[in-house]
Structure formats: structure tokens, C-alpha cells
Design a protein around this ligand. Structure first.
Ligand code: FAD
Length: 407
């Protein structure tokens, strides 16, 4: 891990803790060693670690002594710039209660082996029945976005799923080559119990694709098929698929959610699982962590499930926070349009403080175009804390704490 050494003029005494693996040479090599140094001395420590063959595992802000070192806080905080000197502590000495630090692996997520996948495949899809289809948008909104619910009853096996998965829809009809239409994936917007808690329905949040080509308005095949579909219609459904966006089992996890448009679908499922009273009674999962949704849309009228989220926020003020970036109505600090990455930058310090907690997971979902902006914002936010985001992100991903599904 590399740490940005950018600094403003003058000395910088902010403290950083660096945890190093395989430090030292020969018999003096230690499995783990921890240094606390000021920002001013960070770079020379890095060089010294490299000379001694150490691998940097974590860099976090502030002094983070291991419990065995905590009795001597002065020593823990002193810049140990004689790193070749071996510690008198045996390498294997257990460290009590690890200090909270960025990129520390979280408690295990939901067991992936138990997550259902591909119960129904394109060659033999499940035939579901549409139970409901309504617009999620208010007057004056741009485009069409609908909430559509399907009945899955009678399937053998039952097409069941967990929050964060997707299903495939095979629209009726044929493509331009006269072949049957291919499936499109949609993130599931309901909890595993379904909106009516009957345990055999699934709901989607679908935006009708619309774009202009050669002066003509083109509508997407499957999204139009779904937005137009009537209750009672039969639909070919495949899946479920996907293990990228699963929620952790831990009721005390912190969940940061960054969504644009229909990227809200999995987040809506998470938030119902966390805060909807009937759902909580049914699922027996009593979330006690912090959930934070940052949602990006073009106009207020395009906010999705907004009433539900406002209600959760008023009922669970200590557990849920909801911020909106409404690009065509709000301005960012520079006077430009307010996008989700501007909100991320505004709250950078709090976001990174949360990320330092190993119980924190970040979920990003929406159009693929949102990724570079978020990445830029995270890079700037991390740099303000002396952290290199491009090196931290893969570590978070490896620890199953950084979840992205964009399309
Ligand atoms: C994991 C996953 C989850 C998803 N979840 C959701 C969801 O929850 N909700 C949702 O609405 N969608 C979701 N999608 C997207 C969905 O699968 C479809 O891609 C989308 O609905 C469009 O399908 P369509 O059949 O309507 O469009 P199609 O008829 O297949 O048209 C799409 C094609 O149109 C062309 N095209 C698109 N835009 C333009 C443009 N601006 N200019 C020129 N050409 C263009 C491209 O060639 C593109 O491949 C998800 C996708 C994935 C992979």
C-alpha cells in the first residue's frame, strides 16, 4: 500500500499507524509489526520498511496500538524510525482486540454456498404471472420507471432468492434476426419474503430504455416489454443469479449505499429488510448498525421509493441516514450540477471514518457511468486522509466489503 505524501507547506504532525507483515530479515523476521508515525515521517518509514522486506498491510489514521503495546502509549506513539531493530516480542504473540483499521477483513458475509443460483435457466425458464405494475415516478419526472411484481408460486423448485441477487427476464417476441429474444438481467427490488411477505413473489424496478438514433426515438426491447406489461400476463423468468451484492449477516454491520436511478433496486430490498416493520417481524433479522443511502436522480420527481426511505429515517434516526443528489435542481460547491459523487465528497470524512470500521460495507449500483465519478471522489476523499484509494479499493474488495453492480 502506498500512501500519498502530498502535504501542504509546514510540518504535519497527524499520526498514522502502519501495520507491516514479514518485517525484518532472517531469524529476526516478524509476522507483524506496527508503527505509529507522524505524517512528516511516513515517507522515510515506508522506505525503511521496503529496505527490510516488509509488506504494508494497513495504513490507518491515528495511533492504533495493539493491546499488548497499549500499556506503553508513549512507545506506541513514538516514531520508531529505527525499523531494522527487532522487537523483543515473539512474532506469534497474539494481539488482543485489533485496532479498527481500514481494509481489515470484515466478519464473514452471508455464506455464499447457501445462496441459490440458476434454479431456472434460459432453456427451461419459470413462467411467472404479473401481479402488479405501477409507475414509481411523480408528475414532471423524466422517462418511465415502474415497480413490477411477479408471482412465483407453483415452481418446482420454488424460485427463491436473497437480497442483492438478480433475475433474468426473457421478453416475448423475436429479435431483428427473427430469433427468440434473449434474456436481460434485473436487480431484485424485494426482500426474499416478497413485498407481500408471502414468500413467493419477486419485484423489480425497471426503467424504460429510451434513446435517440438518427433522429428516431428508440425504446429498449425488454424494458418496454416490462413497463407495458399487464397484471395476469405470463413472463419467462430465469435465475436467480449474483453473489456480488449480498448483505452481510451481521446485524451490526454498517452499510453505505451509493445508488443512481434503478440502482436503488437492491438497496430498496436491503432497507426493507432492515427497517420495514412487517418485514422485520417476519425475517427475525434485527439490524442495529448504520445504514446510509446516497441516492442520485435528475429531478425530485424521479426519486424512487422516497416516502419509504423518509419514513425509515424518521423512525430509525440513529440507524438510517438518507442523502439525495438531484442533479438538475441542486448545485454542488462549484456551482455545477449536484451528482452523487459531489455528495460523496461532501461527506468524505465521515465516509472514510466509517470505512475504517471493519464492519462497514459499501454498495454501489446503477448505470456504469457513475463509476468514474465515484472513484474520483473516493480518491480525493482518501488522499485527504493520507490514503491511496487505488490501493485500498482492491483490499476492500478482497475483504468483501466493496460491492459494485453497474450496467
Ligand atoms: C446485473 C444487472 C442488473 C440490472 N438491473 C437493472 C434494474 O434493476 N433495472 C433496470 O431498469 N435495468 C437493469 N439492468 C439493465 C437491463 O438488463 C437492460 O440492459 C435494460 O433494461 C435495457 O434492456 P432493453 O432490452 O430494454 O434494451 P435493448 O433493446 O437490449 O437495447 C439496449 C441496447 O441499445 C443500445 N443503446 C442503449 N443506449 C443507447 C444510446 N444512448 N445510444 C445508442 N445506443 C444505445 C445499446 O446497443 C444497448 O446494448 C441490469 C443489468 C444488469 C447486467
Amino acid at each position: 500500500m502506498r500512501v500519498s505524501t502530498d502535504k501542504s507547506s509546514g510540518s504535519d504532525s497527524r499520526l498514522f499507524t502502519v501495520v507491516v507483515e514479514s518485517y525484518g530479515v532472517g531469524q529476526q523476521r516478524q509476522a507483524e509489526r506496527r508503527f505509529t508515525v507522524s505524517f512528516d515521517r511516513l515517507q522515510s518509514l515506508m522506505q525503511s520498511i521496503a529496505r527490510n522486506g516488509g509488506r504494508i498491510r494497513v495504513v490507518s489514521s491515528g495511533p492504533q496500538p495493539a493491546a499488548s503495546e497499549a500499556a506503553s502509549p508513549t512507545e506506541a506513539a513514538a516514531p520508531p524510525l529505527a525499523p531494522a531493530e527487532p522487537s523483543s516480542k515473539p512474532a506469534e504473540q497474539p494481539q488482543a482486540e485489533p485496532a479498527p483499521s481500514i481494509a481489515k477483513p470484515a466478519a464473514p458475509s452471508v455464506s455464499h454456498a447457501e445462496v441459490p443460483v440458476n434454479l431456472y435457466k434460459p432453456k427451461d425458464p419459470f413462467i411467472g404471472t404479473v401481479l402488479g405494475n405501477y409507475s414509481l415516478l411523480a408528475d414532471g419526472a423524466i422517462g418511465r420507471v415502474n415497480h413490477i411484481t411477479f408471482d412465483l408460486a407453483g415452481g418446482d423448485p420454488l424460485l427463491h432468492y436473497v437480497e442483492g441477487q438478480s433475475i433474468g427476464i426473457i421478453p416475448d417476441g423475436t429479435d431483428a434476426n427473427g430469433k427468440p429474444n434473449k434474456l436481460r438481467l434485473y436487480s431484485i427490488a424485494s426482500t426474499r419474503h416478497g413485498d407481500d411477505l408471502a414468500d413467493h413473489t419477486v419485484s423489480l424496478c425497471v426503467r424504460q430504455l429510451e434513446y435517440e438514433k438518427d433522429g428516431q426515438i428508440i425504446h429498449g426491447v425488454c424494458s418496454t416489454f416490462l413497463c407495458d406489461i399487464q397484471p395476469g400476463a405470463k413472463v419467462k423468468i430465469t435465475g436467480p443469479v449474483g453473489k456480488e451484492m449480498l448483505l452481510p449477516d451481521d446485524e451490526e454491520a454498517n452499510i453505505i449505499m451509493l445508488a443512481t436511478g434503478t440502482g436503488i433496486a437492491p438497496m430498496r430490498a436491503y432497507l426493507r429488510r432492515m427497517f420495514d416493520p412487517s418485514e422485520r417481524d417476519t425475517n427475525g433479522w434485527h439490524f442495529r448498525g448504520k445504514a446510509w443511502l446516497i441516492m442520485g436522480v435528475p429531478k425530485t420527481a424521479n426519486l424512487l421509493y422516497d416516502d419509504d426511505f423518509n419514513r425509515y429515517e424518521s423512525e430509525y434516526p440513529d440507524n438510517f441516514r438518507y442523502n439525495k443528489a438531484i442533479s438538475r435542481e441542486q448545485q454542488n460547491a462549484k456551482g455545477g450540477r449536484m451528482y452523487i459523487q459531489d455528495r460523496v465528497l461532501e461527506h468524505a470524512d465521515e465516509i472514510f471514518t466509517l470505512i475504517e470500521d471493519p464492519k462497514t460495507h459499501v454498495y454501489m449500483c446503477g448505470l456504469r457511468g457513475m463509476e468514474p465519478g465515484i472513484d474520483e471522489a473516493m480518491t480525493a476523499a482518501a488522499a485527504a486522509k493520507g490514503i491511496n484509494w487505488s490501493e485500498l479499493r482492491p483490499q476492500l474488495k478482497k475483504a468483501e466489503r466493496w460491492h459494485v453492480e453497474t450496467y
